[in-house]
Design a protein around this ligand. Sequence first.
Ligand code: AP5
Ligand code: MG
Length: 225
Amino acid sequence: MMKAIVLFGSPGSGKGTQAKLLSECLGIPHISTGEMLRDRLRQGETLDTEVVATMEAGGLVSDEVVNRMVERRLGQPDAAKGFILDGYPRTLSQAERSCQWLAQRGERAVVIFLAVDYNIIISRLTGRRQCPRCGTLYNMVSQPPRMDEICDRDGEKLASRVDDSEGAIRERLEAYELQTRPVLQFYRANGGSVIEVDAGQGTPESIFERICQAMEADDRSKNRR
Ligand code: AP5
Ligand code: MG
């Protein structure tokens, strides 16, 4: 059966960290709209200065650009068996659009909501580093690399994201509160599964365990119905 998973949560809630673990475990692709947009900018594919400025400031890129990008990505063969969406949908209009596509495929998303306290989020984001080559995520406080600022896997120098500055973090959290949080209500009102997981306490591995157990319990309750 196809698995359409939406990892939902505020900036810094651990969507990218958990999506990587889930993708390895389930053998389905991790589709992060943030990573896709950053890749496009790095490769110079788009000279769209509006997209660059929006991302650097911490605002949301237009629904039209993001919907088109996701629609194209979900049409690729590796997504036929399922996928994990990280950072999408993020507005009501994206949520409505993605529900329509899934309904056409006879599917409905399972939404996993990573609930994390505000104070934890700030410290996670300011300490975050990422390997520009393999994408491994680190945190200088909670998940440091073995050698200072060097990737454990490939020895590359780690980088910070431009939107992890104090001002951009504030904007991202505000965009989440105003535009993204209502998406949860949309899913609940439409009778979909929203699985809430405490993602603030514990290591990434223990939170991953919690997610797997909650998904199994959700599957069991669906089978009973
Ligand atoms: P995006 O890249 O999606 O950023 P975000 O939503 O702000 O989320 P983050 O990537 O910052 O956090 P995360 O939840 O992935 O946490 P992570 O696992 O890294 O989007 C960036 C921008 O792109 C947006 O602002 C917007 O401009 C644009 N965009 C993207 N999608 C869009 C859309 N659909 N529509 C419109 N615009 C869009 O973890 C964070 C840190 O915590 C890491 O350092 C990690 O190591 C650490 N950590 C994780 N888990 C734990 C743990 N259990 N304990 C301790 N530390 C932990
Ligand atoms: Mg992320």
